[in-house]
Design a protein around this ligand. Structure first.
Ligand code: DON
Length: 309
């Protein structure tokens, strides 16, 4: 069933778009700096296959930090809760996504949660496989399965651009290695992590993955459990407590749905039991979240009473 353009969503996009002027496109990864700050699009996917959209929902975006919640799901399936949470915590930080500060001041020195970069790097390091290529292909296969789109690939230019400039992430990795949270070669981990972040899809694919989380791991088309329910629930809980970094508290109050953002301007939302959301709006606020995307979700949540609280 094709995704249907929706006048109601178009109205909300029109209302949300002006705030994009107050944001900035991420340029610390040079390849992301080319995005148009005024873009704003949304797709909403329902369990019965209905889909509604506004804006250019076919445009591809790199997942960036949205990948963190998907990698967490894979690693929880690969390993166990005990294994994963011995190496990364479950608490929000109140710090920016790439902060190193708490690694130094907390004892034991383990990342506070899997959504900040330090925790995400530790989680990516846990993906099973004998080589970077094998581990990456396993993640890609999982993402293709969740989205129902087996053409999903990664953007080599974006991966390379981040690989060449990921100095802070390398610093986080060496810190983690010193404290035995990760083992192995840091360059290989950065290679895997930057490819993970550069996986590309459009809003439609993103809303489809959001829907699998919304349905506690059930594929809506096949009616089959493709991720264990308890793992989908752990991921959604992290989306609520840490998904928007140090804006997660305000986001929970104003919008009240599990969501995960990325610096490319993507937001994946999962309205429990109801629908999945994919948003793209590359102008970011000062916390690295899509500024118009958040405004759009706020309007959507108010209009349709979506808050789970
Ligand atoms: O590690 C990084 O810097 C990026 N690849 C991902 C960061 C990100 O998306 C933070 N989200 N708002």
């Amino acid at each position: 069933m094709p995704c249907q353009s929706s006048d109601e969503l178009k109205e909300l996009v029109k209302e949300a778009r002006p705030i994009a002027k107050q944001g900035r496109v991420a340029d610390y990864i040079p390849a992301l700096g080319k995005a148009n700050p005024n873009d704003l699009s949304i797709a909403i996917n329902y369990p019965d296959g209905r889909c509604f959209s506004a804006g250019d929902i076919e445009r591809k975006i790199s997942l960036q930090s949205i990948s963190k919640v998907i990698t967490l799901a894979l690693v929880l399936m690969d390993r166990s809760k005990e294994y994963v949470f011995a190496r990364v915590g479950m608490e929000p930080t109140g710090d920016p996504f790439n902060s190193i500060a708490k690694l130094e001041t907390m004892a034991p020195s383990k990342p506070l949660n899997p959504m900040i970069n330090a925790g995400a790097l530790a989680v990516t390091n846990m993906i099973k496989g004998d080589s970077v290529e094998e581990r990456f292909q396993r993640l890609l296969a999982f993402i293709r399965n969740l989205s129902g789109n087996d053409t999903i690939e990664y953007n080599e230019e974006i991966a390379r651009s981040e690989f060449e400039t990921a100095h802070l992430n390398r610093a986080l990795c060496y810190f983690l290695k010193q404290h035995h949270i990760i083992e192995g070669d840091v360059e290989q981990l950065i290679d895997l992590y930057t490819k993970q972040c550069a996986i590309e899809m459009n809003c439609l694919d993103l809303s489809r993955i959001g829907l699998v989380f919304a349905l506690d791991g059930v594929d809506p088309q096949l009616g089959k459990q493709i991720m264990p329910m308890n793992i989908a629930r752990i991921c959604k809980t992290f989306m609520v407590t840490c998904g928007m970094y140090n804006a997660s508290g305000e986001f929970a109050i104003k919008i009240g749905i599990p969501a995960k953002s990325g610096v490319s301007g993507g937001i994946m939302g999962a309205v429990p039991g109801k629908f999945g959301i994919g948003i793209f709006g590359p102008a970011l606020d000062d916390k690295g979240n899509s500024i118009a995307g958040i405004r759009l979700l706020e309007l959507l949540s108010k209009t349709y009473n979506l808050s789970m609280f």
